[in-house]
Write a protein that binds this ligand. Structure first.
Ligand code: IPE
Ligand code: IPE
Ligand code: MG
Length: 240
C-alpha cells in the first residue's frame, strides 16, 4: 500500500529500523557480544515508547536477517535464546499496553519454540490498536519477493489469477495490509539497506545515524523525525 499524501502534510505512519551496531558496542566495552544484543533489546523497548509518543502506527524492526544465518552457531543460539526470553516475558506487558505484535520473514526456518511463541504473541495481541510492532525475523527482501512469486505461480496454475498489478502483488508480500514505511532509520554509520524491504522502501526517506544501536534513545529518534519532517517528499513531482 503506498501512502502518497499532498505536499506539505507529512504523515509518519510507518517507521522501519535497521538496529545495527550491537556487536561493536559490546566490543568497545570489552563485553561479550550477547551483552550488546541485550542492551539492544532495551533500546528497542525505548524506541517503541518513542514511536508511540509520536503517534507512529507501524514500527518494523530488523531483528534477524536471512543473511544472519551465516553467522556462527553460537551467536545464532544466543540471539534466539534472548529473543525467546523476550517473547515469553514481555508479551503480557506489550499486551497490557495495547501493542500489537507481528512478524515477517521466512517463519518456517525459525527454531520451533520461536515459531510457537510468535504465533501465541500474534494471536494474543491481534486486536490491539496503539501501535503494530513488526519483527523482521529470518527476513530478506529478495527471499520475500521470491516466496511471493512462487505463491503467485501456484495461483496462476490453479486458475485463480491471470495477471498482476502493483496492488495485487503487494497482497502476496509478508507486509500485506501494512502501509509502506515513510522513514527508514539505520544506526551504526553503515549506509546500506542490507536486503531490507526493497519493494516497500521505494519512496521512504532514509536517515542514517552513527550512534550504535544500544545507545539509541528517544533523542536520536526525535532527531530522525525532525530530519524527516524537513524533507520534501516529491514522488517524482516538480520541486515546490
Ligand atoms: C545488529 O547488530 C543486530 C543483528 C544483526 C541481530 P550486529 O550484530 O550486526 O552488530 P555489529 O554490526 O556487528 O556491530
Ligand atoms: C542487518 O544488519 C540485519 C539486522 C540488523 C538484523 P547486519 O549487520 O547483519 O548487516 P550487514 O552485514 O552490515 O549488511
Ligand atoms: Mg551489523
Amino acid at each position: 500500500m503506498s501512502n502518497i499524501s499532498p505536499l506539505g502534510t507529512k504523515p509518519l505512519r510507518h517507521v522501519a529500523v535497521v538496529m545495527d551496531g550491537n556487536g561493536r558496542w559490546a566490543k568497545q566495552k570489552g563485553l561479550p557480544t550477547i551483552a550488546g544484543h541485550k542492551a539492544g533489546a532495551e533500546a528497542a523497548r525505548r524506541l517503541i515508547q518513542a514511536a508511540v509518543d509520536h503517534n507512529v502506527e507501524y514500527l518494523t524492526l530488523y531483528t534477524f536477517s536471512s543473511e544472519n544465518w551465516n553467522r556462527s552457531e553460537k551467536w545464532i543460539n544466543e540471539l534466539f535464546g534472548l529473543l525467546s526470553w523476550y517473547l515469553e516475558h514481555e508479551i503480557n506487558s506489550l499486551h497490557e499496553k495495547n501493542i500489537r505484535l507481528k512478524s515477517i520473514g521466512e517463519r518456517t526456518r525459525l527454531p520451533e519454540n520461536i515459531q510457537r511463541l510468535l504465533t501465541k504473541a500474534e494471536e494474543k495481541t491481534k486486536s490491539n490498536t496503539l501501535i503494530t510492532v513488526i519483527l523482521a525475523l529470518s527476513y530478506s527482501s529478495k527471499n520475500e519477493i521470491v516466496r511471493a512469486i512462487n505463491t503467485i505461480i501456484k495461483d496462476v496454475q490453479a486458475n485463480k489469477l491471470s495477471s498482476i498489478t502493483e496492488e495485487s502483488f503487494e497482497q502476496y508480500l509478508d507486509t500485506r495490509s501494512i502501509p509502506d514505511p515513510d522513514l527508514l532509520i539505520r544506526t551504526s554509520g553503515e549506509q546500506r539497506i542490507s536486503n531490507y524491504l526493497l519493494w516497500q522502501l521505494a519512496y521512504a526517506e532514509f536517515v542514517f545515524d552513527t550512534v550504535l544501536w544500544p545507545d539509541f534513545t528517544e533523542t536520536h529518534f526525535e532527531k530522525a523525525v525532525y530530519e524527516y519532517e524537513n524533507r520534501e517528499r516529491r514522488y517524482g513531482r516538480d520541486v515546490s
